[in-house]
Design a protein. Structure first.
Length: 113
């Protein structure tokens, strides 16, 4: 079994490496995504945003259901008012016919009046 032993780099390679390292600018800071750090913090942030979105959707749906119920109640109240007016009209027509028939019979009894 042959063992490898370390060898010292040549002077030219040393100079080349040192020049390459010193000529490179400092590493730029790691760019983060939209909401800050990566990893657990970003996941927690997205979970919070998702939960807030769910709450807003639920509140919006509840409001829409409430509006629908109010509209249906309004239609029912309108139907009841129309029915009440129809019944009142029928009763008034009946009362008018009774008064008209009684006044006609009174005119027949008093021809000279």
């Amino acid at each position: 079994m042959q063992r490898w032993r370390p060898i010292a780099p040549s002077a030219a390679l040393e100079k080349k490496l040192i020049a390459a390292v010193t000529d490179k600018p400092a590493l730029a800071p790691v760019k983060t995504r939209w909401f800050g750090r990566r990893g657990a913090h970003a996941r927690a942030r997205w979970l919070t945003i998702g939960a807030a979105a769910c709450v807003l959707i639920a509140v919006g749906m509840q409001h829409r259901l409430q509006q629908r119920d109010e509209r249906e109640n309004g239609f029912e109240a309108r139907r009841q008012v129309v029915e009440a007016l129809r019944m009142t009209s029928q009763k008034l027509d009946l009362a008018y016919e009774i008064v008209k028939s009684q006044s006609a019979s009174l005119d027949d009894e008093n021809p000279g009046a």
